[in-house]
Write a protein that binds this ligand. Structure first.
Ligand code: SAM
Length: 402
C-alpha cells in the first residue's frame, strides 16, 4: 500500500524586528514600574517567551514548546529588536598593552585616552552591577592588556560580590599571567583565554613586536597547574605568518587540557587587513582533517561563537571563530564597554554611547538603563560583511577589547 506523501516541514517563522513604537512602549513599561507599585518591571525578571512576544508573530508549536520548557527571565533593556538577549558583557579595563601585535595595534601606535577619562574601578563595578541586575551573567575583562591594570585583582574581587554573576573571565596575552593568576583565582576568576599566535619564539617577537613567548607558555602551564580546564588559547590565523602552524597547535591539545580557538583574521582600523591574508574556517578545517580525518564535531551551545572539534583521545579540543566567513550575529548575546566607558553593541559597528558621561553627570540608574536600552534597541541584525567592515571607520581592536 502506498502511504500518502508527508508534507515537507514548513520553515519556522523568523522573528521580525519589533516595531520601534512597540519597543519604546516595552521599555517604557519597564521604566514606569521602577517607580510604580504594581506595573510589571523590566528590572523584575519576566518569564519571556521572547520571540513570541517581541516579534508579535504567531509561532509554531515546536517553537512555543521550547519556550514553555525554558522560560527565560530577562530584561527588556538588554533585549534587542530581534529578540536577542544580551547576557554577556565584555569590559575593557585599559587601552594600554605590553605587546604591539600587528593585527591588533596600528604600526604607529594609538592615542591613549587620558587617565581621568578611563573608567575607575568604582565606575566599572557600578556599571557591571547594573548589567548583572538586568540579566548579564558573564563578564569578561579585556583590553588593551587587562593584566597590566594595577587594580585588576581588586576589580575581580568586587565583581565576585555581584550575586547573580556566574562567570568572570579574562582575555590576556599571558605575559603577566603566571605572576598574577594565583591572586586572580583567589579573587574568583573562573575562565581564562590566553592569546598565542605562534609556537616559534622568534616569530612571536615578529608578530607581537615584543619578546615574551616563554612567559606566555609559563602562564598557560600555570593555568593548567591551577586547575583551569580548559585553558582557552586564542590564535589569530594569518596567511604567510602562522597558517603553517595549525597542526602544531592541534597537537598541543593532545596532552594538555587546552581549547585552541583558531580565529579568522578580522579587519580593524590600522591593522592592514586584506582578504588574502585571511585564512577561512573551511580552509583551516580542511588542513586539519587531512592530518586527522577522524576529527569530531562537538555539540555547541546556542550562543557559542566557536565551532568546536576534537581529535578523539586528545585531552583538549579545538574551535574556530568564524566571524568573517560564517558570522554568528543571529545568536549574538554580547555587549562591550570600552575602557573610556562607551557602550558598543556590536564589535563591528561604529556607533557608541558614553556610559561614563551619563554616570558622571549623576544620572539615575533608570536614566542609564534607558540609554542602554535605546542603544541595544538600535543594534543591527548583523554586521555589514567583511568587505564593508574593512572599509568602515571603527576603532583599532586594541581600543575595543576583543
Ligand atoms: N591583550 C589581550 C590579549 O592579547 O588577549 C586582550 C585584548 S585582545 C584585543 C583580545 C583578543 O582579540 C585576542 O585574542 C586577540 O588575538 C584578538 N584580536 C585582536 N585583533 C584581532 C584581529 N584583527 N582579528 C582577530 N582577532 C583579533
Amino acid at each position: 500500500m502506498r502511504l500518502p506523501a508527508l508534507p515537507l516541514p514548513l520553515p519556522l517563522p523568523r522573528p521580525q524586528p519589533l516595531p520601534r513604537a512597540a519597543r519604546t512602549q516595552q521599555l517604557h513599561r519597564g521604566t514606569q514600574s521602577l517607580s510604580g507599585e504594581s506595573a510589571p518591571s523590566a528590572r523584575q525578571p519576566q518569564p519571556q517567551p521572547a520571540l513570541e512576544r517581541v516579534a508579535g508573530h504567531p509561532i509554531g508549536p515546536q517553537v512555543r514548546s521550547r519556550f514553555i520548557r525554558e522560560p527565560l527571565p530577562f530584561s527588556a533593556f538588554l533585549t534587542d529588536s530581534f529578540g536577542r538577549q544580551h547576557s554577556y558583557l565584555r569590559i575593557s579595563v585599559t587601552e594600554k598593552c605590553n605587546l604591539r601585535c600587528q593585527y591588533c595595534m596600528p604600526e604607529d601606535g594609538v592615542k591613549l585616552t587620558p587617565r581621568s577619562q578611563v573608567l575607575t574601578t568604582e565606575e566599572i563595578v557600578t556599571l557591571a552591577g547594573l548589567f548583572v541586575r538586568e540579566g548579564v551573567d558573564k563578564i569578561r575583562l579585556t583590553g588593551g592588556e587587562p593584566l597590566i591594570r594595577p587594580d585588576v585583582v581588586q576589580i575581580v574581587t568586587r565583581l565576585r560580590e555581584l550575586e547573580k554573576l556566574k562567570t568572570i573571565a579574562v582575555t590576556t596575552n599571558g605575559i603577566n599571567l603566571a605572576r598574577l593568576l594565583p591572586g586572580l583565582q583567589e579573587a574568583g576568576l573562573n575562565l581564562l583565554n590566553v592569546s598565542l599566535d605562534t609556537l616559534v619564539p622568534a616569530k612571536f617577537e615578529f608578530i607581537a613586536r615584543r619578546r615574551g613567548f616563554h612567559k606566555v607558555m609559563e602562564g598557560i602551564n600555570k593555568a593548567i597547574d591551577l586547575g583551569y580546564n580548559p585553558v582557552k588559547v586564542n590564535c589569530v590565523v594569518m596567511r604567510g605568518l602562522n597558517e603553517d602552524e595549525l597542526l602544531d597547535f592541534v597537537k598541543l591539545t593532545e596532552k594538555k587540557p587546552l581549547d585552541v580557538r583558531f580565529i579568522e583574521y578580522m579587519p580593524f582600523d590600522g591593522n592592514k587587513w586584506n582578504f588574502k591574508k585571511m585564512v577561512s574556517y573551511q580552509e583551516m578545517l580542511g588542513t586539519i582533517q587531512q592530518r586527522w580525518p577522524e576529527l569530531e564535531l562537538l555539540p555547541s551551545g546556542t550562543s557559542d561563537t566557536a565551532k568546536a572539534y576534537k581529535v578523539p583521545h586528545f585531552q583538549g579540543q579545538i574551535g574556530f571563530i568564524t566571524s568573517m566567513s560564517e558570522h554568528f550575529c543571529g545568536s549574538c548575546n554580547r555587549l562591550r564597554i570600552t575602557a573610556d566607558g562607551n557602550l558598543k553593541v556590536c564589535l563591528f559597528g561604529n556607533t557608541e554611547v558614553s556610559l561614563r558621561d551619563v554616570l558622571r553627570s549623576g544620572a539615575t540608574e533608570e536614566a542609564i538603563l534607558e540609554i542602554i536600552g535605546a542603544a541595544v534597541g538600535r543594534k543591527k541584525q548583523q554586521h555589514a560583511g567583511m568587505f564593508n567592515i574593512s572599509q568602515m571607520k571603527n576603532r583599532p581592536m586594541i581600543l575595543i577589547g576583543g
